[in-house]
Design a protein around this ligand. Structure first.
Ligand code: PLP
Length: 403
């Protein structure tokens, strides 16, 4: 088991007061805070080794390149990728999905083809596919949810046919905290010869990610949601798909030869990394991964699930509480009576409690449930039961104010 109180010492931002109250940071699904080792790594990298990667023959450039490529290796190990050139550094989950929508789309999607997503997707796993469909005349098919807001597996099977070219689904819902049966979703798609993209933005910080065990064709996640810096993320892709796909962006580093008549492209992963990459971000993401590995993904998962279960039970003490779906991840969405989520969020903020309110970039899901939005509390490794208790007391206070 991990000791959250010990871990908190690594996160100085948590040690502050907001409106005179100790900060209770429960907006981790939006972004996590950064441990000292990550912020130190960023400062040290800029102060000691900064130099553009893959370009210079001089000492600093070689060290920066070595550390950048070592970070790629750490990511590969973290998600159990077979080859480190299957790891493409991007700006985050959103860019990773856009990369696939553009490059896989340009290569493999034609008029009449179909792409399958689910009702519980984040906008960044909806809009890129919608735009691809508009460009190509392909069709977006959406898997509904069951009455208890889980991925409807039977409906999913019915959506797959000989026109389906790709399935793109989230592993964990950022609104409901539901963990989808990703292995079965992939197995079913593969039985029809259809590749699958996994949006791992909400799973990579919380549960072990193993691209080989789940047999994902593509997997996307963001560094900033797993204790790393902003502006760095990952696309994993199976070598056979990445090799077959057109490049995403064009420019320096992604080329092999350039002549005015013709350009040839670099090998993986550089073919998909045009321009100067965020190498300091990647190196610091590597440090965040070291930090997570030292604590242990199993310990993190056990701590966060226990905290989620505890909070769900305590939330049920509150009159007119509605918890949406089954929060088996680390996020809980709820509403109390007809108190607007923005009112609840504003008043909790006055008590030093940072939670998220609104549609959480998943408007179709919020419309599907038929509510104005939710209040969402989401946990990380440094949150404690005492903080959950303060949240419950805060909600009770707000509920009392609204009578
Ligand atoms: N997918 C899911 C499930 C998310 O929760 C998020 C962010 O909240 C994203 C994608 C987009 O991530 P980013 O904004 O880091 O690109």
């Amino acid at each position: 088991m991990l000791n959250a109180n010990d871990i908190r010492k690594q996160f100085p931002i948590l040690d502050q007061t907001i409106y005179g109250k100790p900060l209770i940071y429960l907006d981790n699904a939006a972004t996590t805070q950064k441990p000292l080792c990550v912020t130190d790594c960023i400062a040290t990298s800029y102060n000691e080794i900064n130099s553009n990667v893959h370009r210079g023959i001089h000492h600093l450039s070689q060290i920066a390149t070595e550390q950048f490529e070592a970070a790629r290796g750490k990511v590969a190990t973290f998600i159990n990728a077979q080859r480190s050139h299957e790891i493409i550094f991007t700006r985050g989950t959103t860019e990773s999905i856009n990369l696939v929508a553009t490059s896989f789309g340009n290569t493999f999607i034609n008029q009449g083809d179909e792409i399958v997503i689910s009702t519980m997707e984040h906008h960044s796993n909806i809009v890129p596919w919608q735009m691809l469909c508009q460009r190509t005349g392909a069709k977006l098919r959406v898997v509904p949810l069951t009455h208890d807001l889980r991925f409807d597996f039977d409906a999913y099977k019915n959506r797959l046919n000989e026109k389906t070219r790709l399935v793109s689904v989230t592993h964990v819902s950022n609104v409901l905290g539901t963990i989808n049966p990703i292995k079965e979703i992939i197995e079913t798609a593969h039985s029809h010869g259809i590749p699958v993209l996994v949006d791992a933005a909400q799973s990579s910080p919380h549960i072990k990610t193993d691209v080989q065990a789940m047999d994902a064709d593509f997997l996307a996640f963001s560094g900033h949601k797993m204790y790393g810096p902003t502006g760095i993320g990952v696309l994993y892709g199976k070598e056979k798909w990445l090799n077959a796909m057109q490049p995403y962006q064009f420019g320096g580093e992604m080329i092999q030869t350039v002549h005015f008549e013709k350009t040839t492209f670099n090998e993986l992963p550089y073919k998909f990394e045009a321009g100067t990459p965020n190498y300091i971000g990647a190196i610091a993401l590597g440090t965040a991964i070291d930090f997570i590995q030292a604590i242990g993904m199993e310990n993190i998962a056990a701590h966060e699930s226990a905290l989620t279960r505890y909070t769900v039970e305590r939330l049920k003490e509150i009159d007119n509480m509605r918890i949406f779906g089954t929060p088996d991840g680390a996020a809980i969405s709820f509403l109390v009576g007809d108190i607007h989520p923005a009112d609840m969020g504003t008043l909790l903020d006055r008590l030093g409690i940072a939670i998220r309110t609104g549609h959480h970039c998943a408007q179709p899901l919020i419309d599907y449930i038929g509510i104005p939005g939710t209040v969402r509390a989401s946990f990380a490794m440094y949150n404690t039961k005492e903080e959950a208790d303060v949240l419950i007391d805060g909600i009770k206070r707000v509920a009392k104010m609204f009578g």
